[in-house]
Design a protein around this ligand. Structure first.
Ligand code: AVJ
Ligand code: FE
Length: 441
C-alpha cells in the first residue's frame, strides 16, 4: 500500500463515497413511513441509523479532526447509542427522513473540504487518514446493521442483487490440518485497523483440524433431523434454556412445509439451499451443532492462524490469499449478492493450506470471549471496544456477504451476544489434532 498523501486522500474519499452510496440505497429503497417504523425491537428505525452515521461523522471528522464548530450539538444525545437502547429509539425526537438525509449530506460536504485541507500525518488520528477510514468503516458497519433490519422487515422484496457464482464442481476435503507452532496474531501496521485488532503479538497454537468451509445448510439439517434441538446433551445450559423458552427448532427465518425446509430471505420465500453456508444461527446453536458432530468451535486464535499464517514464510498475511485487497474473485463481500455463496465458490480466496471462504459469506462464531490483546490501548474512544470486553460477548470472524472490504481483513474482530440470531452469522468446526501432529518451527 502506498503512503503517498494524495493517494491516501483519494483512498479516504473513495471509502467515504462508497459507504454513502450504500447508505443511500438502503435508505431510499423504502417509503418514508418504513424508514421511521421499527421493524424489530432488536433494531433501530432505519432513520436513526442514518442520522447516527452523520452524527458520528460530525463528531469525529468535522469537530475533532477539522476543528470546526458543531453543526447540530443539540442532537448528540439522541444519537448516542449508549444513552438509548435500540428498543426505545422509536420514541426519541428523531430527525425525519428528509431532515436526516439533508443532515448527513451537509456534514459530508464539510468533511470533504476538511479532507482536502488536513495533513494525513502528525498523530494517530491523522496518520494514514485513520479517522477518515474509521468513519467509513463505521458507516459500513451501520449499513450492515440496516441490511439486517431489511431482512427482519415484513413485506415484499425491495432489494435485489445478482446471484453469487456457481461453485466449481470439485469436491473439497472435509477438513484441513493446521500445524502447531507460534504465529503472529493482530496487527501493528495495518493503517485502518481498529484498536481491538492491535497490537501484533506472538501466539502459540497447537496443531488442529479445521473444516475446509463453513458448515452448510444440508449438514445443519441432519443435526435438526437427528433431533438436535430436542437433546440437552448438545447444548450449553443457557442455550438449552433459550431453545425451551422460544421453542427453537431451526435457524431464524426457516419454516417447515411438508417435508421441506423453506426460508425467508429479503422478502422472498425459497427452499433452503443445501450447499450454502448456514446463516442466522446463534452461538449456542453453533456450539450445539459442533458437539453433536463430535467437534468444537475453533478459538479466535485458531481461526486467525488458519486465515493469516503462511507456513512457507512464517509470516502473517493480511488475507488468506495474501496481502492484496479483496476483489470479487477472492470473496463474497460488499453486498454484491444478498446471500452467502455455495461452498467452494471462491477457490482463489483459499489459504495456503487450502481453507476456503474464511473471508466473506458468513460471519463465523468462534469459541472465544471478546478480550483485549496484550498491550491493548483504547483508541480513539473507550466505547468502540473496551466497554464490551469480558465474557458476555463472543467473537465472530471473517465478515459476511454484507460486510464491505473496508471493514474486513484477517485481523478484523466482531462480537455479539451468544443468543443473537438475526446477524449474518454461521460457523465452521474444528478438532484437536493430537500429540503426533506435525508442527512448524
Ligand atoms: C463491531 C458491529 C459490534 O454495530 O455494534 C457501530 C460496530 N460501533 N457503531 C456495532 C459499531 C459503533 C459494532 N460492532
Ligand atoms: Fe455506531
Amino acid at each position: 500500500m502506498t503512503t503517498d498523501s494524495e493517494s491516501l486522500r483519494e483512498r479516504a474519499a473513495a471509502a467515504l463515497l462508497a459507504a454513502r452510496d450504500r447508505t443511500r440505497l438502503l435508505t431510499t429503497c423504502v417509503e418514508d413511513p418504513e424508514l421511521v417504523a421499527q421493524h424489530s425491537p432488536l433494531m433501530s428505525p432505519l432513520v436513526w441509523d442514518l442520522a447516527h452515521i452523520g452524527n458520528q461523522e460530525e463528531q469525529w471528522l468535522l469537530r475533532t479532526v477539522g476543528g470546526r464548530d458543531a453543526l447540530r450539538p443539540d442532537i448528540d444525545s439522541v444519537y448516542d447509542a449508549f444513552e438509548h437502547p435500540r428498543a426505545e429509539r422509536p420514541t426519541l425526537p428523531l430527525l425525519g427522513p428528509a431532515e436526516a438525509h439533508g443532515y448527513v449530506a451537509e456534514v459530508r460536504g464539510r468533511v470533504l473540504d476538511i479532507l482536502e485541507r488536513t495533513p494525513l500525518h502528525g498523530g494517530p488520528l491523522l496518520d494514514s487518514g485513520f479517522a477518515f477510514g474509521m468513519i467509513a468503516q463505521h458507516e459500513q458497519q451501520h449499513d450492515e446493521t440496516m441490511l439486517i433490519t431489511h431482512q427482519l422487515r415484513q413485506g415484499p422484496a425491495v432489494l435485489t442483487a445478482p446471484e453469487p457464482p456457481a461453485a466449481p464442481g470439485i469436491s473439497l476435503p472435509s477438513e484441513v490440518l493446521i500445524p502447531g507452532g507460534p504465529f503472529t496474531m493482530g496487527t501493528s501496521t495495518e493503517p485502518w485497523a481498529l484498536d481491538n485488532e492491535r497490537p501484533a503479538h506472538r501466539r502459540e497454537v497447537a496443531a488442529f483440524l479445521l473444516d475446509t468451509a463453513p458448515v452448510g445448510n444440508g449438514a445443519y439439517q441432519r443435526f435438526i433431523e437427528d433431533g438436535g434441538y430436542e437433546d440437552p446433551r448438545w447444548w450449553a445450559p443457557e442455550g438449552w434454556a433459550q431453545v425451551r423458552e422460544h421453542r427453537l427448532r431451526a435457524p431464524l427465518f426457516w419454516r417447515r412445509e411438508g417435508n421441506q425446509w423453506l426460508r425467508r430471505r429479503f422478502g422472498v420465500t425459497e427452499p433452503v439451499p443445501p450447499d450454502e453456508p448456514v446463516l442466522h444461527v446463534s452461538w449456542y446453536e453453533a456450539d450445539a451443532y459442533a458437539r453433536w458432530a463430535g467437534r468444537r468451535l475453533p478459538t479466535e486464535a485458531e481461526w486467525e492462524k488458519a486465515a493469516r499464517h503462511d507456513p512457507a514464510t512464517g509470516r502473517a498475511m493480511r488475507y488468506p490469499w495474501g496481502d492484496e485487497d479483496p476483489t470479487p474473485v477472492h470473496a463474497n463481500l460488499g453486498q454484491r449478492h444478498l446471500r452467502p455463496a455455495p461452498v467452494g465458490s471462491y477457490p482463489e480466496g483459499q489459504s495456503p493450506l487450502g481453507v476456503h471462504q474464511l473471508i466473506g459469506d458468513v460471519w463465523e462464531w468462534t469459541a472465544s470471549d471478546f478480550l483485549p490483546y496484550p498491550g491493548f490501548a483504547a483508541f480513539p474512544y473507550r466505547e468502540y471496544s473496551e466497554v464490551f470486553f469480558g465474557s458476555a460477548y463472543k467473537v465472530l470472524r471473517g465478515g459476511s456477504f454484507a460486510v464491505d472490504p473496508v471493514a474486513c481483513r484477517g485481523t478484523f474482530r466482531n462480537w455479539d451476544l451468544p443468543i443473537r440470531r438475526q446477524i449474518f452469522a454461521g460457523f465452521r468446526t474444528a478438532r484437536d489434532a493430537g500429540p503426533d501432529a506435525p508442527s512448524t518451527l
